[in-house]
Design a protein around this ligand. Sequence first.
Ligand SMILES: Nc1nc2c([nH]c(=O)n2[C@@H]2O[C@H](COP(=O)(O)OP(=O)(O)OP(=O)(O)O)[C@@H](O)[C@H]2O)c(=O)[nH]1
Ligand SMILES: [Mg+2]
Length: 153
Amino acid sequence: MKTSTNTTPAAIAKVLVAVGVIENSQGQIFICRRSAHQHQANKWEFPGGKVESGETIPQALARELAEEVGITVLACEPLMQIEHDYADKHVSLAIRKVIAFSGEPSGLEGQVSRWVAVSELSHYDFPKANGPIIAKLQQAALDESSSDTLDGL
Ligand SMILES: Nc1nc2c([nH]c(=O)n2[C@@H]2O[C@H](COP(=O)(O)OP(=O)(O)OP(=O)(O)O)[C@@H](O)[C@H]2O)c(=O)[nH]1
Ligand SMILES: [Mg+2]
């Protein structure tokens, strides 16, 4: 009897995710903790979620941030794009900085959430893909504070 062995590795789908870096007037960033049953369980994240078919990234971001944290996005700008391969999932993160919003964000799905200073972000356990986002935010904060210092001269 002929047996067939499938040597092709199982295809791992790539997921496009709209991610929001929400900043308040004090320069703090809003972060949430992923639940125990989600991918990258219990890690901290910037809220967001999968882009559905037919949606643009800003539309997906607005929908996800309304659903997950209850804000209305009024303006956002591209921050960066990250491709990351986890062993079980490939993600393409379209990261937007939310520069204007209405409402006060909170964890509408029961997730723990908080505002944190950019300098404190590295004390939180984020998914591996997020490393470059945190580095970029921290570099931008340093650049801003050194230009403030120069302005004062
Ligand atoms: N929202 C979000 N997802 C991230 C971040 N970093 C990161 O690797 N991801 C990954 O992106 C993928 C999709 O995000 P998600 O799980 O929030 O998607 P979703 O809101 O549509 O929820 P669901 O999966 O519970 O239906 C997950 O595999 C997650 O691990 C991040 O900072 N924020
Ligand atoms: Mg989500």
